[in-house]
Design a binder for this molecule. Structure first.
Ligand code: UP5
Ligand code: MG
Length: 190
């Protein structure tokens, strides 16, 4: 941190919309550090922390982990990175997440990159991902979709009212989605 201004972009979109895939490409091209809240939570489970079993149970149910846990992991990762530009992927997922991040860090996001994708497509992608994720089964996927609609979409709407949402069609092939993403990140071209 120091005196350099911190830039945060929230990357949101439904389960399987392609957030992680596109973030990897943004990192290569625009010098951001990618922080997936889900990846940080899964790493916390693996590390055997005292919160591990609680986090694991919530992910299996598609539920949103309490904000203080996630915000602390994000803050720690931001400090450790040494960078000042962050893609925060899959967070904030509800109003409580958003308010806690804002109150604790005092950071206002530059914009929200939102991947718009139909549920049928996201379901197909998740069912064929085969990375052994505990939440990639049809029962949990349906729960994740429900939480996304009920809790996460309102956060996107909140930022949309502030004119901060950059919406991208995520149904296209990966490289075509990235062409649209690139246009959004032009202001950060280094
Ligand atoms: N794929 C990607 N793009 C494609 C394209 N354009 N065309 C065809 N295929 C495409 O992609 C998913 C799959 O689709 C991959 O196989 C990919 O190759 C293919 P990916 O980039 O992984 O999509 P992504 O949106 O990242 O999907 P992910 O499953 O990671 O999204 P979720 O939001 O569900 O998962 P996340 O890890 O963020 O969260 C998991 C759980 O953690 C949550 O349900 C919740 O329980 C918990 N959580 C919290 O509690 N709080 C948080 O803040 C964050 C998570
Ligand atoms: Mg992901």
């Amino acid at each position: 941190p120091g005196d350099k201004k911190i830039a945060v972009v929230f990357v949101l979109g439904g389960p399987g919309s392609g957030k992680g895939t596109q973030c990897a490409k943004i990192v290569e091209n625009f010098g951001f550090t990618h922080l997936s809240a889900g990846d940080l939570l899964r790493a916390e489970i693996k590390s055997g922390s005292e919160n591990g079993s609680m986090i694991s149970n919530m992910i299996k149910e598609g539920k949103i982990v309490p904000s203080e846990v996630t915000v602390e992991l994000l803050q720690k990762a931001m400090l450790e990175s040494g960078n000042n530009k962050f893609l925060i992927d899959g967070f904030p997922r509800n109003e409580e997440n958003r308010a806690t991040f804002e109150n604790v860090t005092k950071i206002e996001p530059e914009f929200i990159l939102f991947f718009n994708c139909p549920e049928e497509e996201m379901e197909q992608r998740l069912l064929s991902r085969n990375q052994g994720r505990d939440d990639d089964n049809i029962e949990t996927i349906r729960k994740r979709f429900r939480v996304f609609v009920e809790s996460s979409i309102p956060v996107v709407e909140y930022y949309d009212m502030k004119g901060k949402v950059r919406k991208v069609d995520a149904l296209k092939p990966i490289d075509e989605v990235f062409e649209a993403v690139k246009a959004v990140f032009d202001p950060f071209y280094v």
